[in-house]
Design a protein around this ligand. Structure first.
Ligand SMILES: [Zn+2]
Length: 74
């Protein structure tokens, strides 16, 4: 019975997603009115793009070349 839910959970995916949420929050906090706002935003956006690519890769073949079982529930 527990096997099903264990299969649908993935700590790696959870961590990647929580990192993505943190970056989104950071981006929201960076005001474009600040002097270095644009620079900071560009940096965070780049970081976010890299993370997106990592998540995409993990979902597609992050488990020994196989799709992440947790990706389907998103
Ligand atoms: Zn996974």
């Amino acid at each position: 019975m527990g096997e099903y839910s264990e299969l649908m959970n993935c700590e790696v995916k959870d961590e990647l997603v929580s990192r993505l949420i943190a970056l989104n929050n950071k981006l929201n906090l960076l005001s474009p009115d600040l002097v270095h706002g644009d620079e900071g935003r560009a940096e965070v956006q780049l970081e976010r793009e890299n993370l997106y690519a990592e998540i995409k890769h993990h979902r597609a073949k992050g488990h020994d070349g196989k799709p992440c079982p947790a990706a389907r529930q998103v």
